[in-house]
Design a protein around this ligand. Structure first.
Ligand SMILES: [Zn+2]
Length: 361
């Protein structure tokens, strides 16, 4: 998920960005998601140009993915929201993406290979990518989720290109096509899925400990929470509070911790840590502010690794342990799909054929 609904708050609201509309709401004519006056052109209604249709067919043939067309519909099944007790099942109209979106998608597929596949082996069918026709059908700008028949898919809001241009002003992505980065992020969730990590049951991930996180059940509500372990002690953690919009200090059971280190039942007593300070305090520092749970930390790190160049260099600099973890996961997925040692991922994110002198595929 990217910038989507998480336990009653959205990343957009947390970072001060405009919100996508709630499900069922209708955007005013000519308005984008969030009811803003932009984007002025309702590109979702523009007829698909022949060039775009040809590119859709080319990508489908090359990668085995399925890309939505105008006049189709998809029933949304389950997203990450389900982890937090939210579920959804409604029908959404889809559209043919435009040439600009397809250019970003093509770049993303090239550096995400083989995470576009559904099965574990080369030649298996690819994931479906649904470009949605109507704003606000979905409470995220883009999302990895399940269709109503349980198949993984990527869903993309119509106004995504508008938002990504000003979303993510962080240094990590300053030199990168941000829509490409979003696709790479979503396909990183599919990477976890392919590697056997259930995105809807992250508390069972074996990777969790290496990512520096713990599952806990809220002492008061019993709801699942994720705690990021501090570097000061394995008994001191932080969890995100939607009320204070900051991380708060807690113990391994999720009880709040005061400045003096004593337990408290009251949020007001807990030490607050602004999101931007978390990376200095965590045992395994996240590399972006999109760090409310371990699945997103994983997707952001895998995204940076696969983008190569500056994002990969920053990942290595800011969080060497996270870099090594996703590098090994990435290679394990490549080996699982194509056979051990056949391909590696180059500096530019593309697969290199080890038996052909490192030629890019
Ligand atoms: Zn995500």
């Amino acid at each position: 998920m990217l910038a989507g609904l998480v336990a009653g708050a959205t990343l957009a609201s947390l970072l001060g960005l405009p919100e996508p509309l709630a499900a069922g709401e209708t955007a005013p004519a000519g308005a984008g998601a969030a009811g803003e006056s932009e984007p002025s052109a309702n590109f979702a209604d523009a007829p698909a140009d022949a060039q775009a249709v040809a590119k859709v067919e080319e990508l489908e043939k090359r990668y085995g993915v399925r890309i939505s067309r105008d006049g189709q519909a998809v029933r949304y099944g389950t997203a990450y929201g389900a982890i937090y007790g939210q579920s959804s099942n409604w029908s959404m109209r889809t559209r043919t993406p435009n040439s600009s979106e397809l250019a970003s998608l093509e770049e993303a597929l090239a550096v995400s290979n083989p995470s576009h596949l559904l099965g574990k082996k080369e030649g298996s069918p690819g994931i479906s990518i649904y470009f949605l026709k109507d704003s606000g059908q979905h409470q995220a700008f883009a999302d990895w989720g399940l269709t109503d028949d349980g198949k993984p898919a990527v869903f993309v809001e119509p106004a995504v290109a508008h938002y990504v241009s000003r979303w993510r002003s962080d240094q990590l992505l300053s030199s990168v096509d941000k829509l490409k980065a979003i696709f790479v992020h979503e396909l990183s969730h599919n990477s976890a899925y392919r590697m056997g990590y259930d995105n809807l049951q992250p508390d069972r991930w074996k990777l969790l400990k290496d990512l520096g996180w713990l599952p806990a059940w809220n002492p008061r509500t019993r709801a699942l929470e994720f705690l990021i372990v501090s570097k000061e002690s394995k008994d001191v953690c932080f969890k995100f509070s939607y009320r204070t919009r900051s991380f708060v200090r807690c113990d391994r059971g999720g009880h709040f911790l005061t400045d003096a280190g004593s337990k408290s039942d009251h949020l007001r007593d807990a030490v607050k840590v602004p999101i931007e300070n978390l990376s200095f305090l965590a045992l395994v520092p996240p590399i972006t502010y999109y760090c409310f749970d371990p699945m997103e930390v994983f997707a952001e790190a895998m995204m940076a690794y696969r983008l190569g160049g500056v994002p990969r260099a920053k990942l290595k600099e800011l969080s060497p342990a996270l870099h090594d973890l996703v590098r090994l996961q990435d290679q394990a997925e490549i080996d699982m799909t194509y056979g051990k040692g056949r391909y590696g991922r180059g500096e530019d994110g593309r697969l290199k054929d080890n038996q052909a002198g490192g030629r890019a595929i």
